[in-house]
Design a binder for this molecule. Structure first.
Ligand code: NAD
Ligand code: ZN
Length: 377
């Protein structure tokens, strides 16, 4: 079958690989119909991680069940399903508590499993024609038969629940003001979720015009950080007080107002300044170790200079981590089905799998309006 393989930094290729087989009675094989490219794939694509050449990318997958293992009870061939990016067992201590992003079974010694992701277990990615799904009864979310909302449903694999999770970590509530740093797919989904949850005003910070327009389209206030300090811009619009809540949907790859420069802790420190005393921060943005497995423990643990003194002074609370997709995907699916949520406004491109190399290049450079790409194998 065809699959998207990582070759070397800034290069993927579509090549033939063996088709996955049922390896365990609880597996299913899914024929992939939609699979999205994620900002998290870009960390590997840019060579910032220990991902090895040959890994098949793709953790945002939906499709039709092709083959069912003998231990699977709730699914049958032909069912339409979307899979959380997390691979989880459903019965460990963390899964039982709903923390399926931190499953203790699927990837021992590390926090949680995922398809096609470095350090996240042996699970091959779904930017391919077929995907093996372990613990399938737990990891497949059934979808309605009609397909007109497929570009909304595929976003249930990751970015819609992840944006929602950012708001849950920050406890965004009706009437709140909320600042979201990053108008990438995750930031836009966080802003959209904050509005769904009843936030009164949502500020979205970025510098890419197409992305800021999408924020404005859904009723958020766009803040262009290339035009001045975003903290000041937001304080000016909140009577100098700052916002009640804040979400970091950028992570360590934060740019400074000088577009060519990166400064890893910029966003977290800006968020601490932006949110009012005793406000809450949600951090779905990824802070990957700069040298995983390397000799320097600081680089191994993604250590950064964060203004903890300021946080303490302001009595802020912060939540971090992988999204536990399974906690939210059923409810968010039902909002989509009922026509109450339409997250696909973020989707800029739907392309055949063969176009993956060009799509990765443009999404990585954030050019030509590439905001969110769905590939159709
Ligand atoms: P993305 O890279 O497309 O979006 C990031 C956006 O941040 C870009 O639009 C960029 O212009 C903007 N940005 C850069 N520096 C900034 C700054 N200083 N201030 C404000 N905006 C700035 O990626 P994405 O797909 O939206 O993902 C965002 C982050 O979320 C990534 O780190 C990704 O790995 C992470 N992520 C986490 C989870 C999870 O489960 N926690 C899931 C998916 C993605
Ligand atoms: Zn993703």
């Amino acid at each position: 079958m065809k699959a998207v393989l990582y070759k070397e930094p800034f290069s993927v290729a579509v090549e033939e690989v063996p088709r996955p087989k049922i390896e365990h009675p609880n597996d299913v094989i899914v024929k992939v119909t939609s699979t999205a490219i994620c900002g998290s794939d870009l960390h590997m694509y840019e060579g910032r991680t220990a991902a090895q050449p040959g890994i098949v990318f793709g953790h945002e997958n939906m499709g039709t069940i092709e083959e069912v293992g003998p231990g699977v009870t709730g699914l049958k061939a032909g069912d339409r399903v979307v899979m959380p990016f997390n691979v989880a067992c459903g019965f460990c201590k963390n899964c039982l508590a709903g923390n399926t992003g931190f499953c203790l079974t699927v990837n021992p010694g590390f926090a949680g499993g995922a398809y096609g992701y470095v350090n996240m277990g042996p699970y091959t990615g779904g930017q391919a024609e077929y995907l093996r799904v372990p613990f399938a009864d737990f990891n497949c979310l059934p979808l309605p038969a009609e397909s007109e909302r497929d570009k909304d449903y595929v976003l249930l694999a990751d970015i819609f629940p992840t944006g929602y999770h950012g708001c849950e970590l920050a406890q965004v509530s009706p009437g709140d003001t909320c600042a979201v740093y990053g108008a990438g797919p995750v930031g836009l989904m966080a802003a959209y979720s904050a509005l769904l949850r009843g936030a009164a005003r949502v500020f979205v910070v970025d510098r890419i015009p197409e992305r800021l327009s999408k924020a404005e389209e859904i009723g958020a206030v766009p803040i262009d950080f290339s035009k001045g300090d975003p903290v000041e811009q937001i304080k000016d619009q909140t009577d100098g007080e700052g916002t009640d809540k804040g979400v970091d949907a950028v992570g360590y790859q934060a740019h400074t107002s000088d577009a060519s420069k990166e400064e890893p802790a910029t966003v977290l420190n800006s968020l601490i300044q932006t949110v009012r005393p005793t406000g809450r921060l949600g951090v779905p943005g990824l802070y990957v170790p700069s040298d995983p497995g390397g000799p320097d423990p600081n680089a191994q643990h993604g250590m950064l200079l964060v203004a903890i003194g300021k946080m303490f002074e302001k009595g802020q609370v912060v939540g971090t981590g992988q999204c536990n997709v399974k906690q939210y995907n059923r409810k968010l699916r039902d909002l989509i089905t009922a026509g109450r949520a339409k997250p696909s406004f973020v989707v800029s491109h739907e392309l055949p799998l063969d176009d993956a190399p060009d799509a990765y290049n443009k999404f990585d450079k954030r050019i030509e309006g590439y905001t969110k790409v769905i590939l159709h194998p």
